[in-house]
Ligand binder design. Structure first.
Ligand code: EPZ
Length: 415
């Protein structure tokens, strides 16, 4: 498996152009199943997770043309049971279920894969599809689902805020008979992007981005075009790269309002932040101050940024605590940072970081997507040369990450 060879002690400065959002693009690709007509999507990031999603669609029979712009036509789908080896690679596979049921009335989907950051159950997806009229039984981690006719719109109170399950319900409700109301819905910008995309195809969705979403079912959707929103987590990751390396970085093609909670914490850490319509500049002249944070559903602090802030805290002045209230097992990277000299204690779903002036290089191993990015940044700012192993986790969710970092002054080679 590929690994990175990283020469440390770098200040990262300059411009970085942010790619399209992985977590908006993945569900939107699968939503294409809801229409017989062609859709045209721009700003789709070039990631292994995206390539797996396209392989799944092709396996089902969809036609795909993927040059600079992505064209998908799902009219020719004639298979409803994608193979385990593809399904298991990404969490997003679960978003095949609702569209296949809504368009074709049947689906046989194995439990999805994805980062090992907790149990990651799918009960909220399944129970709510049953509520909307699907017949589902699960055997040997395989979901056998069918529905006679259309989903029936319902009032749904989410017992827990879930991005994935909110998306599944939107997909089922779009072509349902009657209106569906989702109470306690997730409010992430990716949900708003999905609703905007489906409304361009003729769906009737209002309230996305709030905790109450109304979806008036329609008989069918037309084709259309859409540009994926910028990736707010990639943006946050580069801003932490600037803050941790006492650098000055401007992120272009991004959306400042999608990561307010992250910007607030970066300012608290001592960074100077300037923003414009589609850019954010971070300048950090001195060693950061430690910050305390708790992850929460949007617009709270994103769980996908907690590992990056743990790195920032390890080289900051003082003691910083980070609590992850979303996933119960998302601290795998802590042992790797401790190998690099970090002083971190884990107490249940909280870590305490005791800041030291600089990390030392080590041979570290990636276990999940955001942890991988964090270890690469750690290698860029530590003394000596760091080897980062298992970088296949990284390329799932960051487009040309080491190339973008090298353009900012890093020295990263693939070996
Ligand atoms: C999405 O995961 C994102 N993944 C995650 O990003 C992100 O961290 C997460 O939302 C934030 O909530 C994609 O978009 C592909 P959830 P998802 O359903 O949908 C529990 C990254 O690094 N839950 O919002 O799986 C769950 O265990 C990835 O890009 C249930 O109990 O997350 C968790 O505790 C990592 N039952 C909480 O809800 C369910 O049926 C929030 O999960 C579903 C979820």
């Amino acid at each position: 498996m590929d690994k990175f060879f990283i020469i440390g002690n770098k200040n990262l400065n300059g411009k970085v152009f942010i790619s399209g959002s992985k977590n908006a693009a993945l569900p939107i690709l699968f939503m294409s199943i809801l229409t017989k007509e062609t859709i045209k999507i721009k700003n789709v990031p070039n990631l292994t997770d995206i390539n797996i999603a396209l392989k799944l669609l092709k396996y089902l029979g969809a036609t795909i043309k993927n040059e600079k712009i992505l064209f998908i036509n799902s009219d020719s789908i004639n298979n409803f049971s994608p193979p385990l080896y593809l399904i298991k690679k990404i969490r997003a596979s679960i978003w095949l279920l609702a569209p296949l049921l809504a368009r074709f009335g049947k689906a046989k989907i194995f439990f999805p894969g994805g980062c090992k950051i907790g149990k990651r159950p799918i009960d909220l997806h399944i129970n709510n599809l049953i509520k909307l009229g699907a017949k589902i039984h699960v055997k040997n981690n395989c979901i056998n689902a069918s529905i006679k006719g259309r989903f029936k719109g319902k009032y749904i109170l989410m017992k827990k805020i879930s991005v994935g399950a909110t998306i599944t319900i939107i997909a089922a409700a779009t072509l349902a008979e009657g209106t569906t109301i989702i109470e306690n819905a997730a409010k992430e910008p990716e949900i708003v992007d999905i609703a905007n995309f489906l409304n361009k195809l003729g769906a009737k969705i209002i309230g996305a981005g709030s905790n109450k979403i109304f979806i008036k079912g329609v008989l069918k959707l037309r084709g259309g075009r859409h540009r994926i929103i910028p990736d707010r987590i990639e943006t946050g990751t580069f801003l932490v790269a600037a803050a941790a390396s006492k650098g000055n970085i401007t992120c272009y093609n991004t959306e400042p309002k999608h990561l307010q909670s992250v910007l607030i914490k970066l300012i608290e850490a001592g960074a100077k932040i300037r923003t414009g319509k589609d850019w954010i500049q971070l300048d950090m002249k001195k060693r950061p101050n430690s910050v305390n944070l708790c992850t929460a559903p949007y617009p709270g602090f994103p769980t996908d940024m907690q590992a990056q802030f743990a790195l920032l805290n390890t080289i900051s002045k003082g003691i910083g605590s980070i609590t992850d209230n979303i996933f119960e097992n998302r601290f795998h990277y802590v042992s790797e940072l401790i190998n690099m000299g970090a002083k971190i204690k884990i107490q249940k779903n909280t870590i305490m970081c005791y800041g030291i002036p600089i990390l030392s290089s080590a041979n570290v191993v990636c276990m999940d997507l955001r942890a991988s990015a964090t270890l690469v940044l750690a290698g860029c700012i530590s003394t000596g040369t760091t080897i980062v192993n298992n970088i296949q986790h990284l390329i799932r969710g960051y487009e040309s990450f080491h190339i973008k970092l090298n353009r900012l002054g890093a020295d990263i080679k693939i070996i």
